[in-house]
Design a protein around this ligand. Structure first.
Ligand code: IPE
Ligand code: IPE
Ligand code: MG
Length: 240
């Protein structure tokens, strides 16, 4: 059975998890951070190379202000509390999303996390923060236009590979498997370009309940899929 080397997760359902317990939404987000900690460990143990997590979307700013500031506070706490531990585990952190729109104290923390862990090799953890797929594509197109205006490239030399190098995910392989918890079956603006040929696993559990067992289950689902990339699998190609 083939294992995915890059797993991306839409960590959804914190609010509903809290509501089901009569708790405030922020309690759900707090429990979601615990689930993230567990998942990073499990991914390292399972030999996953890349783990991308959708932490805050470019549309999540539209939530009520107390929830937004609660989420910002949790991210800060996560980096401050967990950075040393993640570093000791050999986790390399990389952040994707629009940094310009991120409060400067958070931006500095994210940059510190990337710098400290830059040489780690066990697991690459990509945090999608203030991330939106459409926003990322537009920012990439702007960079292409600037490069073109400076005479560094021309329209006819643009290829998929060259375009991808302008994305936040430059040098990150496309996700093999995208998992979304909470039963919703949509992308919500996550990795629009990169997930073109990803496999999807939609799990019913809310994110705070996500466990190593769920991760293994998603990997098993992935192992039963047949990826074709628009072509034919070897057996069928030979028979035709
Ligand atoms: C995911 O949980 C966390 C973020 C989007 C930051 P939600 O907060 O979306 O939880 P639900 O979907 O309302 O249950
Ligand atoms: C996607 O979840 C964003 C994150 C998990 C960070 P949302 O809860 O924001 O997505 P919608 O609004 O249900 O599509
Ligand atoms: Mg949600």
């Amino acid at each position: 059975m083939t294992s995915p080397s890059h797993v991306a997760i839409i960590m959804d359902g914190n609010g509903r998890w809290a509501k089901a317990r009569g708790l405030p939404r922020l309690a759900g987000h707090r429990a979601g951070v615990e689930a993230l900690r567990r998942t990073v460990r499990a991914a390292g143990d399972l030999g996953i190379e890349w783990l991308t997590v959708y932490a805050f979307s470019s549309e999540n700013w539209s939530r009520p202000e107390p929830e937004v500031s609660g989420l910002m506070g949790l991210l800060k706490l996560f980096i401050r509390r967990d950075l040393a531990d993640l570093h000791a585990q050999g986790v390399r952190i990389r952040v994707i999303g629009d940094r310009e729109g991120v409060p400067s104290d958070i931006r500095h923390l994210l940059e510190e996390a990337e710098a400290l862990t830059a040489n780690n090799r066990l697991l690459k953890l990509v945090i999608a923060f203030n991330y939106g797929g459409r926003d990322e594509i537009i920012r990439a197109v702007k960079k292409v236009a600037q490069a073109s205006a400076q005479g560094l490239m021309t329209a006819d030399t643009l290829t998929h590979e060259r375009f991808a190098a302008f994305m936040d995910t430059a040098e990150i392989p496309d996700p093999d498997l995208v998992i979304r918890t909470s039963g919703e079956m949509r992308l919500s603006n996550f990795l629009l370009w990169q997930a073109a040929y990803s496999e999807f696993a939609f799990l019913p559990c809310y994110w705070p309940d996500f466990s190593e067992r769920d991760l293994r289950e998603a990997i098993e689902i992935y192992g039963r899929r047949e990826r074709r990339f628009g072509g034919l699998v070897a057996q069928d190609a030979a028979a035709s």
